[in-house]
Every structure is written in C-alpha cells, then in structure tokens.
Write a protein that binds this ligand. Structure first.
Ligand code: NAP
Length: 256
C-alpha cells in the first residue's frame, strides 16, 4: 500500500526493532495516533508481519522492513524503502537493541562487545544520521523528531550483569544530548526514554527468563513496567505537546 491510500495526519515514523517488545508497542500505538509506520526488524519476519497486519487491520498504513541497523547498507536501504513506500520520515525511534547476555567484565569476549556496540551504538548513529539528512532544514527538510531508547542501566551501571550493555546506553545518552544541541536550530528535536525493568523477551534472550519476576520487588513502585507504558512516553515526546522538549532523557522506570 502507498501512503496516499491511507493519509496519515501525524506523518511517517520509523521504528527500529519494531517487531517485538517495546518497539512493537510503539509501532502499534503510533498507528492509532495517526502515523504511517515503518516496522524494522532483523530476523523475526513473522513477528514483524504480525505487527504490520494488526496496524493495517485497523485501517492504518504500515510496512515491515528487514535490516540490521549495525550494517550501513541495510540502514540506507531501510530509509530508502520508507521514503519510497511511506514518504519523508517525520519521527525516528532508535529502539533496536541487544544486551549481549550476562557477563562480568573479566569474562567478556571481543566478539560480544563488538556486536553489542555495533547494534546499540553504531546502529543508532547510522539511523540518526539518515534521519538528520532527511529532516534537517539545513538539507531542505521540514524538521522532525528522534527518540532514542536508552536504559536506566546507563546510570545504574549494570554491575554483575551487563556493564557492556549499560555502557552502550551511556553512549546513547551522549548521542541524545549532543545531537539535540547540534540540530536544535534545524527543526529537529532529539530525546531519549530510559526504561527500567520492562516485561519483554529481552530478559529471556539474555538467558534469564525469570529476571523480571525476580527483580520486580526491587522496583520502588513494586512491579515491572509494560511496553505500552514506555510507548506512551515515546509518543508524547514525538508529539507537538513536547514541542519545547529536546535533549531530555526521560526515565520510565517506576522509580528504579
Ligand atoms: P526485545 O523484546 O528483545 O526486542 C528487540 C527488538 O530489536 C526486536 O524487534 C529485534 O528484531 C530488534 N533487533 C535486535 N537487533 C537488531 C538489529 N541488529 N537490527 C534491527 N533490529 C534489531 O527487546 P525490548 O525489551 O523490546 O528492547 C527494546 C529496546 O528497549 C532496546 O534498545 C533495549 O535495550 C531497551 N530497553 C529494554 C528494557 C527492558 O527491560 N526490556 C529496559 C531498558 C531498555 P527481531 O524480532 O527480528 O529479532
């Protein structure tokens, strides 16, 4: 389906890692708020297609785009496909991320470190670069919004679990603050949300399916959060209601 078959009043949103978890919740919620949505994923075609189907069943426009955010040619193809199928991007959500599993620093291998940094940091930079090239008034764009999915781990440090992962989210925070200032006068707002303990597949993928249950009681509000609770904040940051908000890192963590 082409954009003109389904006019979207809010414009076009690209969600990296939109096939599952927080990204899928953002993609679905964005569609209900009037965005046409590009749902990027790396391997789970069925999950991505299911997100797209649920959106199009609701009468909104969405497409699935396979691509590894750590691979430059994939990122270029993803943005070109979105340009062609949906139109100029208005909002980028840099959500795709992996933990690399649980490893103390003295155990970590170079390939794991490289993969986590490539996905979480290089991927977010490459996607932000492509978004700025399209959105910035400096390049003839009409402005836009970039929202990076950080983590409370950036400040908590991830000790005993995943300092490597926490460090990538520290980099995301620096990207958020620096890029916000770099492009503020070019019509682009850049913000981040820093989720705490959120119920998704991420914990099982890291090797601890019981992690959410085990740690829920340590969250000040006494429970884990849902992907929808994160998505609400992302949609607010993307919206005109947040027009004076840029360079912010919003904890969505129940006080964690
Ligand atoms: P998830 O359920 O494991 O989903 C990860 C998503 O990222 C999937 O859609 C996956 O695609 C995609 N992905 C992974 N590597 C990719 C790559 N190289 N290129 C493109 N897509 C890729 O994770 P989640 O819990 O929703 O996490 C989403 C974001 O929130 C991450 O940045 C994570 O660090 C952050 N976060 C999560 C929590 C939490 O407690 N869950 C807390 C703080 C921050 P496939 O389906 O194709 O595999």
């Amino acid at each position: 389906m082409k954009g003109k078959q389904n006019p979207s009043d809010r414009g076009v949103m690209i969600v990296t890692g939109g096939s599952r978890g927080i990204g899928a919740a953002i993609a679905r919620m964005a569609a209900t708020r009037g965005y046409a949505v590009a749902v990027n994923y790396v391997s789970d075609t069925r999950a991505a297609q299911s997100v797209v189907d649920s959106i199009t069943r609701g009468g909104r426009l969405a497409i699935a785009i396979e691509g590894d955010v750590a691979v430059e040619t994939d990122v270029l193809r993803m943005f070109e496909t979105s340009d062609r199928e949906l139109g100029a991007v208005d909002v980028l959500v840099n959500n795709a991320g992996i933990t690399g599993g649980f490893q103390r620093v003295e155990e970590i291998s170079a390939p794991v470190l490289t993969r986590v940094l490539a996905t979480n940091v290089v991927g977010s930079f490459l996607c932000a670069r492509e978004a700025v090239r399209r959105m910035s008034s400096r390049h003839g764009g009409r402005g836009g919004s970039i929202i990076n999915i950080s983590s409370r781990a950036a400040e908590l440090g991830g000790s005993g679990e995943w300092i490597h992962y926490a460090a990538t989210k520290g980099a995301i925070n620096s990207l958020t603050v620096g890029l916000a200032r770099e492009v503020a006068a070019e019509g682009i707002r850049v913000n981040a949300v820093a989720p705490g303990l959120i119920e998704t597949d991420l914990h099982a993928a890291a090797g601890a399916p019981d992690r959410v249950e085990r740690l829920s009681a340590t969250v000040p509000v006494g429970r884990a959060g849902s992907a929808d609770e994160v998505a609400e904040c992302v949609l607010w940051l993307a919206s005109p209601a947040a027009s004076y908000v840029t360079g912010s890192i919003l904890p969505v963590s129940g006080g964690r």
